[in-house]
Design a protein around this ligand. Structure first.
Ligand SMILES: CC(C)(COP(=O)(O)OP(=O)(O)OC[C@H]1O[C@@H](n2cnc3c(N)ncnc32)[C@H](O)[C@@H]1OP(=O)(O)O)[C@@H](O)C(=O)NCCC(=O)NCCSC(=O)c1cc(O)c2ccccc2c1O
Length: 261
């Protein structure tokens, strides 16, 4: 597959997947999601690869979730070549790939982009990183993994705060919540992430695989909620309420959800 929205490289034993849409703050559309799944599958089968780093191009954003401009312009995020919108498959692939995935968060991890880092096994953040959910502000909800795993990491009250208030949190605040393993200056982010990946590469891949699957098994029940939420979003995304949120973002104004209470 030729990539337009991401970059893929293998350095030593680490696959580096970079979302490459900096002009859209590395938000994703159907094509991006399809390419990310393909890249993760390449890393999955490549025997040289022990670990994956997921990051974003440029200095502003790791990933800001669904491409709101695309949605307002075209009525959707677009699909894969097979006609499916495969974000659920992307999320499951991050969980299922038997190799650790390290999020190297180099700026905003917001909305569906925040959920991607939550799904990653480890998160290294640059000192300018900002974390948060945005769904309720733009008429969306990336629930399931996005709520259940977040709750496991930060606890019920904080997870509800993150989703219900749509605030942004600094790298330090995210680390205090347990969302981040380490913070480094932005210039050192990839070196640090590659260092962690190299440490993992020196260990038994089979032990790592079964440990990852063991961690996953303990939260696997949330898959059902993810399916329900994604199916519900299919219907909700085109409602006037949801479109008010998306249009407001693109038009750079506050949304008015008052007619929908
Ligand atoms: C990330 C921000 C907080 C940054 O704010 P800041 O003020 O610093 O910068 P700007 O807002 O001016 O942004 C700079 C520039 O980038 C463009 N941009 C940023 N984010 C996006 C985006 N998500 N889509 C498209 N474009 C984006 C922005 O328009 C500016 O461009 P200019 O041309 O004007 O210079 C802030 O940008 C922000 O809040 N961004 C939006 C975050 C957001 O709402 N994300 C989507 C949430 S919904 C979602 O992610 C989602 C996930 C799923 O998995 C789904 C699954 C199934 C169905 C639906 C899903 C879904 O909706």
């Amino acid at each position: 597959m030729d990539y337009t929205d991401i970059l893929y490289a293998v350095e030593d034993s680490t696959a580096i997947i970079t979302i490459n849409r900096p002009d859209r703050y590395n938000s994703f559309r159907g094509r991006t999601v399809e390419e990310l799944i393909n890249a993760l599958q390449r890393a999955w089968v490549d025997q040289k690869v022990a670990c994956v780093i997921l990051t974003g191009a440029g200095s502003k954003a790791f990933c800001t979730g669904g491409d709101q401009k695309e949605y307002v312009e075209t009525g959707g995020y677009g699909t894969s070549a097979n006609g499916l919108w495969e974000v659920e498959t992307l999320q499951n692939t991050i969980r299922d790939i038997p190799k650790p995935v390290i999020a190297a968060v180099n700026g905003f991890a917001i909305g569906g982009g925040h959920v991607l880092h939550v799904l990653c096994d480890l998160t290294i953040a640059s000192d300018n990183a900002r974390f948060g959910q945005a769904g309720p502000r733009v008429g969306s909800f990336d629930a399931g993994w996005g709520t259940a795993l977040l709750t496991r990491i930060v606890g019920e009250k904080k997870a509800r705060e993150i989703w219900f208030l749509c605030r942004q949190y600094t790298a330090e605040e995210a680390k205090e919540m347990g969302l981040v393993n380490k913070i480094v200056p932005q210039a050192q982010l990839m070196t640090e992430a590659k260092g962690w990946a190299a440490e993992i590469a020196a260990l038994s891949p089979t032990a790592i695989k079964f440990l990852k699957y063991s961690f996953n098994a303990d939260s696997a029940h949330a898959y059902g909620t993810t399916k329900m939420a994604m199916a519900a979003l299919d219907g909700f995304g085109h409602t006037e309420e949801a479109m008010e949120g998306k249009r407001a973002f693109v038009e750079k104004r506050k949304p008015d959800f008052s007619p929908f209470r």
